[in-house]
Design a protein around this ligand. Structure first.
Ligand SMILES: [Zn+2]
Ligand SMILES: [Zn+2]
Length: 251
């Protein structure tokens, strides 16, 4: 059985459709026996606070690095918005920093950036070729650390080119517990295929709850069962300890 000490994809009230504060998340993380968690509220033109999400995510400097004895990484889950792999707000000029885009200014200081596909873009499934190019381009973005829930986003892609790009750049692919719990029919086989290919190609993964309430922090059972079923090597799980996640972030 895996022992995972951190949960690196969680949401707070900042995401508006989630239900807990950062402090509540930390308390539940501590109760769940975790040593660290990442705040990764949505940065999105469609969900959360839309334009305001930039301000809230940028302002995470007001939060401590440790709450309730639990390490807190500051981050975001940012939307992939087109088949070229652009991210939300990537092309918006930053009002306060002339010559820079909003995404450049607020992504740079974050500890962790997850890039994921969400509605309404996920209603255009795209061709396998388009999706493969899109995910490779997202991985090439220097700000992006983790490709989020590719198993449930409805954008089928060619595994090898995307996973080899992740490996070459030292980035990781997320195995998302909420996908397996909430959308098992559309996620299970895709997540299994992705995890198996990561195992075979030696590509690093993160395992995350994608908690939208503090009560879900550290809920990783479905993802871990899937990994166990294929004897996934624990050393490829970047968030197995605080130290392994820190060294992944400083790669
Ligand atoms: Zn997501
Ligand atoms: Zn999420």
């Amino acid at each position: 059985m895996y022992r995972i000490e951190t949960d690196v994809h969680t949401h707070t009230l900042i995401s508006l459709h989630a239900y807990s504060t950062a402090e509540e998340c930390a308390r539940h993380a501590a109760q769940a026996g975790l040593r660290g968690f990442a705040l990764t509220d949505h940065c999105s033109l469609e969900m959360a606070q839309r334009e305001n999400s930039i301000e809230a995510i940028f302002n995470q400097k007001v939060l401590p690095r440790e709450i309730e004895g639990v390490r807190v990484w500051k981050g975001t889950e940012i939307d992939i918005v087109d088949f070229e792999g652009h991210l939300a707000f990537e092309d918006r000029p930053d009002r306060f920093h002339p010559g820079k885009t909003a995404a450049e200014t607020f992504l740079a200081p974050l500890d962790v950036v997850i890039a994921s596909v969400h509605t309404p873009f996920d209603r255009q499934p795209g061709t396998v070729e388009q999706n493969t190019r899109m995910y490779c381009a997202v991985l090439e973005n220097p700000h992006v650390d983790i490709l989020g829930h590719t198993g449930r986003s409805g954008h089928p892609f060619e595994l090898r080119p995307v996973l080899e790009t992740a490996k070459r750049l030292g980035k990781c692919i997320e195995i998302n517990n909420a996908s397996l719990l909430n959308y098992p029919d559309r996620s299970h086989d895709a997540c299994l295929a992705i995890a198996t290919a990561c195992r075979d190609l030696g590509v690093q993964i993160s395992v995350s709850s994608d908690a939208h309430s503090a009560f879900q922090i550290g809920c990783l059972d479905a993802a871990l069962a899937l990994l166990e079923s294929i004897s996934f090597p624990p050393e490829l799980i970047v968030n197995r300890t605080v130290e392994s996640f820190e060294s992944f972030l400083h790669r």
